[in-house]
Design a protein around this ligand. Structure first.
Ligand code: GLN
Length: 289
């Protein structure tokens, strides 16, 4: 009788991994299957479509081991994006590591709103605060080729990753080592965007799932998560041209506080927008002229 592992097919390996990922991480079958497929495609250096057309193939033992090792690391909680080293954002692939936050679909809302503030036929100066992987700055630079995008981060490791993504995606972004505005004295921008840390340090969300492996400095802020948002809103007017706009991502329950802060800092046309889950996730305003 053959050993089970010698008879394993692509389909049976995926089926088994899906069941284990679903049961261990509490994911539904659709999510678990997607993760198993992403890990298999990465382990075997094939496109996801290959897995479908080769579902009766019997991978060699070394390939099975490679896949199972990745699945085991996922079962220990490590995020898929850190295992594969990439995550898609706004239709492009970005390199990621535990030095940077994993780009979220919700942050595409910030990009969409920012694009509405950047006319395609004008040379607009844009600043991205706390760029991390660079996904926001790079997307804006590529979607608006005439814009001049500057991206800052105080984490040297994050900045290196952002620069690498800028190079790989051929995006003309100016990357600066800067603790928020510290390296920007005398500069003025038409648009400032940012996805700062905004999760309250005591939020149990930080102790569950993928976020446990992400940089806490990119996630958590003091004062119920508002300390960095407060600093950015109070300081941004000194770096905006008159009529310039500020757009910030924030937590699910922070829209009211952020809008109050924006009005207190003399922003007008203060608004907020909902993310894919219908939660107010981005707020912004225009600096009065
Ligand atoms: N939206 C992220 C989360 O809930 C937090 C991102 C951030 O703090 N900027 O995990």
């Amino acid at each position: 009788m053959k050993l089970a592992r010698e008879t394993a097919t692509v389909a049976s390996l995926l089926h088994d991994a899906t069941a284990r990922i679903g049961a261990t991480l509490g994911l539904d079958t659709r999510e678990a299957r997607l993760e198993a497929r992403v890990l298999a495609a990465f382990a075997w250096s094939v496109a996801p479509a290959w897995l479908i057309s080769h579902d009766t193939d019997r991978p060699a033992q070394a390939q099975i081991t490679q896949f199972n090792d990745l699945v085991a690391r996922r079962l220990s909680g490590q995020p898929v994006a850190y295992l594969t080293g990439t995550r898609e954002f706004y239709g492009r692939g970005f390199q990621v590591s535990p030095d940077v936050l994993i780009p979220r679909p919700d942050t595409e809302l910030l990009v969409e709103q920012a694009l509405l503030h950047i006319p395609a036929d004008q040379s607009v100066a844009v600043l991205d605060l706390g760029t991390g992987s660079g996904c926001i700055a790079i997307t804006l630079a590529l979607e608006r080729p005439l814009s001049r995008v500057t991206a800052v981060d105080r984490s040297v490791a994050a900045l290196a990753m952002a620069k690498r993504n800028g190079d790989l995606l051929d995006a003309p972004v100016e990357f600066l080592d800067s603790d928020w505005f510290s390296a920007l004295a005398g500069r003025r921008f038409d648009l400032i965007v940012g996805n700062p840390p905004y999760v309250a340090s005591s939020d149990p969300h930080l102790t569950r799932g993928d976020v446990r492996f992400e940089p806490l400095s990119a996630l958590a802020a003091s004062s119920a998560g508002l300390s960095d948002l407060r600093h950015l809103i109070a300081t941004a007017p000194g770096y905006l041209k008159p009529g310039g706009a500020l757009l910030l991502e924030h937590g699910y329950d922070q829209a009211g506080a952020v809008q109050d802060l924006l009005r207190a800092a003399h922003f007008e046309y203060v608004r907020c927008w909902t993310d894919l889950s219908g939660i107010y996730r981005v707020s912004g305003g225009v600096l009065s002229e």
